[in-house]
Design a protein around this ligand. Structure first.
Ligand code: SAM
Length: 372
């Protein structure tokens, strides 16, 4: 295919000209050449290389590979694809090498064919599962395996998030990569608190799941001195244990040497509300995470005694709230803190976008001081 060869620093300028004049071809992208130049693909309507418009930039021929399929639907019979145009899945979620997809009743019979097409299009996927909805006490998804690349049907897999690795298992433990930004925010808050207290923190994540927040916190040198974490779901605590073991082996101090051992280092399969039944757990925590969105706010009263007294500590939680109850929910959090003899130093109550339209998914962050 004919290309215009231009100095790489002028690529954008020439791309703009070719697009405005409708001389560029969409069949392929810009090709980087060895000589500090780039090649812009041209279509048949572009004038020949003697035209003054090219400012003496030469034309060259580059062989272009035809573009392969770009979507899994390209691997399905065209007529069938057209017949069910409105019904095919429009999105899916990937956790590690497992792909999870909701399939409408109308195309359920084509489930295996859809999964095969997805395996063909996505070389890093091992297993495609249909999402049958949330089930049980721990609100995990019921998954139905549709097709596997290597015959294995296990859903335990490993993901990379913000640079750290985590074992997850979408059929037994809750995990959402959509909240990875929240982990970034949690890390930023923790660093701010560490800087204010001028020492590493003891953190508590009693609804830890597989431990994504710990992934962010333990990866930061000299941020955490100890942790109390857990989950009521035994499958979650199994993966949490594996993940913390791995994160621990990679911990470094600020000089890049071996980090000091964590103390406390408590991990339990237990109801979050049981931590505070034992008074030896009171007054130990600098940063408390509360992530049980349907119950975070009512659980606060029982959890607050875990925080250290007579110093600034931070409570960071997530809650699903009816649109109509936003103000009331905020007031309840304030009241619970006051009733636990806490003084609020800073407070935010922010919506996390992209969830249900009838309810709001909120993150609250309270900087507080509990008096003795
Ligand atoms: C929304 S998930 C959050 C998991 C994790 N923090 C994350 O961000 O991925 C809530 C977690 O709380 C656990 N859970 C539910 N009720 C609990 C309770 N009473 N005590 C401790 N954990 C509980 C669930 O098993 C689940 O792993």
């Amino acid at each position: 295919m004919r290309h215009l060869s231009v100095p790489s620093a002028q690529t954008q300028h020439w791309l703009d000209i070719c697009r405005t004049q409708q001389w560029s071809s969409n069949e392929t992208g810009v090709t980087r050449l060895d000589n500090g130049r780039n090649a812009i693909p041209l279509n048949d309507s572009a004038p020949d290389d003697r035209d003054e418009a090219w400012d003496n930039n030469p034309h060259i021929e580059i062989e272009v590979q035809p573009k392969g399929p770009t979507h899994w639907l390209d691997h399905i019979d065209e007529e069938l694809a057209e017949t069910h145009r409105e019904d095919w899945p429009r999105s899916y979620e990937i956790q590690g090498d497992v792909l999870i997809v909701k399939i409408e009743e109308t195309v359920w019979v084509y489930g295996e064919m859809i999964a095969d097409a997805m395996l063909t299009q996505l070389p890093n996927i091992r297993l495609v599962c249909a999402d049958l909805g949330v089930k049980g006490e721990f609100r995990v998804r019921e998954l139905h395996p549709l097709a596997s690349r290597d015959g294995t049907l296990g859903t335990r897999t490993r993901i990379r998030e913000n640079g750290y690795l985590l074992w997850v298992d979408p059929s037994t433990v809750y995990f959402s990569s959509r909240l990875s930004n929240e982990r970034v925010e949690t890390l930023a808050t923790a660093i701010q608190l560490r800087n204010q207290l001028k020492r590493p923190l003891v953190v508590c994540d009693p609804y830890a799941g597989v431990g994504p927040s710990l992934g962010a916190l333990l990866s930061e040198p000299n941020l955490v001195s100890g942790y109390c974490v857990g989950d009521l779901n035994p499958d979650a605590t199994e993966l949490l244990t594996l993940n913390i073991e791995h994160l621990n082996t990679r911990r470094k101090n600020e000089q890049g040497g071996q980090a000091s051992p964590l103390d406390p280092a408590e991990l339990h399969c237990r109801d979050a509300l049981d931590w505070s039944k034992d008074s030896k757990n009171h007054g130990k925590i600098d940063l408390l995470l509360v992530n049980l969105p349907h119950q975070s706010i009512p659980h606060l009263e029982t959890l607050l005694p875990l925080l250290k007294r007579n110093q600034t500590s931070v409570l960071r939680g997530w809650a699903i709230v009816d649109k109509a109850n936003l103000i009331e929910s905020e007031q309840t959090i304030h009241r619970t803190i006051t009733e636990a003899s806490g003084t609020l130093e800073k407070f935010s109550f922010k919506e996390i976008k992209g969830f249900s339209t009838t309810k709001r998914f909120m993150c609250f962050e309270a900087w507080l001081n509990l008096s003795a």
